[in-house]
Design a protein around this ligand. Structure first.
Ligand SMILES: [Ca+2]
Length: 110
């Protein structure tokens, strides 16, 4: 079985094309494969590119893409940790704890 790193590398190679970087449109395709069940919009992906594009070239290279995926995975884990099982939603009373945990994760990442 492939580990998540080699799967991400394989998907990056497939969707980035010959320029080997991701624009927002390519990022949308790849994120909707990696995070099945979540439908990312083109606008959200444009925002991700602008926030994770450390080299300021308006596209994501593999390292930038990996950082984005790691962060989204952490956020997703926090969401699942605080979500109500039957509804799949985070209850308002749990939201503050959820955001606090995400804030702690973000301060560790950045
Ligand atoms: Ca870049």
């Amino acid at each position: 079985m492939k580990d998540s790193s080699s799967l991400l590398a394989e998907l990056f190679a497939k969707f980035s094309g010959s320029d080997e970087v991701l624009d927002a449109r390519e990022l949308k395709q790849i994120l909707n494969k990696v995070f099945k069940g979540t439908e990312f919009s083109t606008e959200e992906c444009r925002t991700f590119v602008s926030l994770w594009d450390k080299s300021r070239n308006a596209v994501l290279d593999y390292a930038e893409f990996r950082e984005l995926c790691d962060t989204l995975s952490e956020w997703q884990n926090m969401f699942f940790q605080y979500s109500d099982g039957p509804t799949g939603c985070v209850l308002v009373k749990q939201l503050r704890k959820c955001f606090k945990s995400i804030g702690k994760v973000n301060s560790i990442i950045s």
